[in-house]
Design a protein around this ligand. Structure first.
Ligand SMILES: NC(=O)c1ccc[n+]([C@@H]2O[C@H](COP(=O)([O-])OP(=O)(O)OC[C@H]3O[C@@H](n4cnc5c(N)ncnc54)[C@H](OP(=O)(O)O)[C@@H]3O)[C@@H](O)[C@H]2O)c1
Length: 325
């Protein structure tokens, strides 16, 4: 599969383009608002074609798909434009800025017969595959998931993450992983309660604490933020034991990681070698396009995650729990 890349975003340049290059697929072109930036990334990664606008790349008939690592607030617009050009779309998280919009872009792509997948790379890491398998097969009934993703964004940073016009916010940037983990292990909650804080007075929240309540009384406790040092884990409490994985989301392709679990009081630790989960994500996406099967991170998952995020924000605004319907 031949990818075009929309923008010179850090995540593309540092992680996903190398992931495509390491796979059996290729990057055929990259576009930037500034042609010289596209050329410099193309030189670094040996990309044959560059464009000085995103529109121009979409006209490149040699491409099969686009990878979109634009700021969150621009995803929906460029997903639609790519679909209009007949290109399959791998788009960074969060896919859009609301559940309604996420459902709408999936419908839009389906009508044009192109595959759309949200880039939650951690879902393809063997660590999380194994965690899901253990929880499913050995740990009993899940009663609570606790998940946190925080890091310290430098003071005074000019960053898409704190720009309200680009759908910034800690939940949109890193809390979405904690929400995704809660959904992976517990499914869709009945109610969500969120507390947020705009510590930088920047127009978006920079800290969030959330509680999700499930029909059977299970709960999830979630945290995201830009104000405290890097912490990223999930812990699953079950009737027969528990499981904890750390680091678990942005593991880094050169880092090993581990999970520890306990069943009936017996504790086991499993280690995982360094893995390029961006490559695995790209390969899964391309396989889904080829087979016509739904990607592992599918429409229901992306829409559900965004419904929970919407509810956390609404709850924070209203000061009361929100029932998801
Ligand atoms: N999966 C992961 O591990 C992971 C990690 C980090 C981020 N992300 C996601 O990836 C996306 C990009 O994040 P990033 O940190 O890589 O972003 P970034 O480095 O700030 O890059 C964003 C790019 O978007 C383009 N752009 C177009 N309009 C823009 C505007 N008005 N303001 C700023 N940039 C604009 C720019 O490229 P040109 O100037 O070249 O056009 C810019 O380089 C986000 O959706 C984020 O949530 C995912």
């Amino acid at each position: 599969m031949r990818f075009g890349v929309l923008s010179t975003a850090d995540i593309g340049v540092e992680s996903v383009i190398p992931g495509i290059v390491a796979s059996e697929h290729e990057v055929g072109a990259i576009a930037s608002r500034d042609a010289s930036r596209a050329e410099s990334v193309a030189d670094r990664h040996d990309i044959p074609e560059t464009y000085g606008s995103y529109e121009a790349l979409l006209d490149d008939e040699t491409l099969d798909a686009v990878y979109i690592p634009l700021p969150n607030g621009l995803h929906a617009e460029w997903i639609r434009k790519a679909a209009d050009a007949g290109l399959h779309v791998l788009c960074e998280k969060t896919l859009t800025a609301s559940a309604g919009e996420t459902a709408a872009v999936f419908d839009y792509c389906a009508e044009r017969d192109v595959t759309l997948m949200e880039g939650f790379m951690y879902r393809f890491h063997p660590l999380t595959e194994r965690a899901a398998e253990l929880v499913e097969s050995e740990l009993g009934e899940v009663r609570n998931v606790t998940s946190t993703f925080t890091f310290r964004l430098p003071d005074g940073a000019e960053d898409i993450r704190i720009d309200p016009d680009l759908a910034g916010g800690s939940v949109m940037d890193v809390g979405c992983y904690a929400v995704s983990a809660a959904r992976l292990f517990l499914g869709t909650p009945e109610r969500a309660y969120g507390v947020t804080n705009d510590e930088r007075d920047c127009g978006v929240e920079t800290e969030m604490t959330g509680v999700l309540e499930y029909e059977d009384g299970a709960t999830a406790r979630l945290q995201s933020g830009f104000e405290t040092p890097l912490t990223q884990y999930y812990r699953v409490e079950t009737t027969d034991g528990w499981l904890r994985a750390e680091p678990t989301f942005d593991i880094g392709v050169e880092n090993s990681t581990q999970l520890t679990y306990s069943v009936d009081g017996e504790e086991t630790t499993e280690s995982f070698d360094a893995t390029d989960h961006y490559r695995l994500e790209v390969e899964h996406f391309a396989d889904s396009v080829e087979s016509g099967e739904e990607p592992r991170v599918d429409r229901d998952e992306s829409v559900d995650i965004m419904r929970i995020i919407d509810a956390l924000y609404e709850s924070s605004d209203d000061g009361q729990p929100i029932t998801l319907n």
